[in-house]
Design a protein around this ligand. Structure first.
Ligand SMILES: Nc1ncnc2c1ncn2[C@@H]1O[C@H](COP(=O)(O)OP(=O)(O)OP(=O)(O)O)[C@@H](O)[C@H]1O
Ligand SMILES: [Mg+2]
Length: 349
């Protein structure tokens, strides 16, 4: 596969999605970057901004919505949606052993993680033990049921494993915010805000005005699932990071740490880890591939920087309180992190 094919196919995928979910071109691109870097996504946004619809559209364009693929005797669904609720159990995610009275044996009942694409809807509504079951599966890309361990990713057979979780950022009753250490499992945290303009929002209403069905249901598949694995390998092996860009990335990451770059203390309690840096390199490479380029440029780093780092930086508590006082509760965090990263970008360049 060459990089021009990745560019071309991903353009088709995003065109399809952008025709049914309006106004989120940037977010769609970031999700494709995550998929090509083999990383999971946390989508954050208030209710009703098409988070679920966007994810279902992706499954549609990859031809995975209604299909089950048997790999090595194990059936994997193309797409599963798990609605997280306070009474959801870990076994509702991974699966469990059930007793079969006919054979008098315990048999595995495979949970919804046995899928190519998993939509974990409203992940912050389940109790931490259940959240961990998913997060562990995401990290290890395998699950154990009884005494058998099953892979969730089988690269040589074209089976990928992509989790998109959604959460509502507005503080609610009975929610369990993911701890920072768990957030780290997500390559990106992407925000979906309200539609960007009056014109776009009007078009959303036009799109739905004379339909009974959801517009995404008519989307046609653009590629088959194994293509994704091939594209991931191509990005990993064919996109290179020139020395000056690697230096730039390393300086950026180090400057988020107040111990190294003092002004960062005005924004961050804790800076980015080397793991964050590794993810940043991967995401920048996938972004370059979407441009059809075999070399990462500064623009690739900048376009993914905020989404890769925003959930890994611990904002300065004092500053956060100052902003919150002005009445911008859940936006305060994003704003502070954005300002901090902007300052760092300016100083490092
Ligand atoms: N920008 C948009 N373009 C097209 N359709 C939209 C857009 N925004 C909202 N919709 C439509 O609004 C409805 C709500 O979307 P959806 O259920 O995906 O939202 P959500 O963000 O998942 O909400 P919740 O947080 O409540 O689950 C859907 O019918 C969706 O198609
Ligand atoms: Mg939803």
């Amino acid at each position: 596969m060459d990089l021009s094919e990745i560019k071309e196919v991903c353009r088709k995928i995003s065109d399809s999605i952008n025709s049914v979910v309006l106004g989120y071109e940037k977010e769609v691109k970031l999700i494709l970057v995550s998929l090509l870097s083999n990383g999971h996504v946390l989508l954050e946004g208030v209710p009703g901004v098409a988070k679920t619809t966007l994810i279902k559209s992706i499954a549609k364009t990859l031809g995975l919505s209604e299909k089950t693929v048997v790999v090595d005797g194990v059936p994997y669904r193309g797409f599963s949606r798990i609605q997280f609720t306070p009474d959801l159990m870990p076994s509702d995610i991974t699966g469990t052993l059930v007793y079969n009275p006919q054979t008098r044996e315990f048999e595995p009942r495979l949970g919804p993680v046995f899928s190519y694409i998993v939509l974990a809807d409203e992940i912050n509504r389940a109790v931490p033990r259940t959240q961990s079951a998913l997060l562990q599966a995401m990290q290890e890309r395998e699950v154990t049921i009884g005494d058998k361990t099953y892979p969730l990713e089988i690269r040589e057979k074209g089976k990928f494993f992509f989790v998109l979780a959604t959460q509502n950022p507005v503080e609610q009753e009975a929610t369990y915010p993911l701890p920072e250490a768990q957030l780290d499992r997500f390559l990106m945290r992407i925000f979906m805000e309200y539609p960007p303009s009056l014109e776009v929002e009007k078009n959303v209403y036009r799109l739905h005005m004379s339909r009974v069905k959801e517009p995404y249901e008519d989307l046609e598949p653009v590629v088959e699932a194994p293509w994704i694995i091939k594209a991931q390998e191509t990005v990993a092996t064919q996109v290179t990071v020139p020395e000056d860009i690697l230096e730039y990335i390393t300086r950026l990451i180090r400057s988020t740490r107040p111990q190294i770059f003092e002004p960062a203390a005005d924004y961050f309690e804790l800076g980015a880890s080397p793991r964050a840096g590794i993810f940043l390199v991967k995401a920048a490479k996938a972004h370059a591939a979407l441009r059809g380029s075999s070399e990462v440029e500064e623009v690739d780093v900048e376009e993914v920087l905020f989404s890769v780092l925003n959930h890994r930086l611990i904002p300065s508590f004092e500053k956060l309180v100052e902003i919150e006082v002005k009445g911008e509760r859940h936006l305060a965090r994003y704003k502070l992190i954005k300002e901090g990263l902007d300052l760092i970008k300016k100083t490092v360049r």
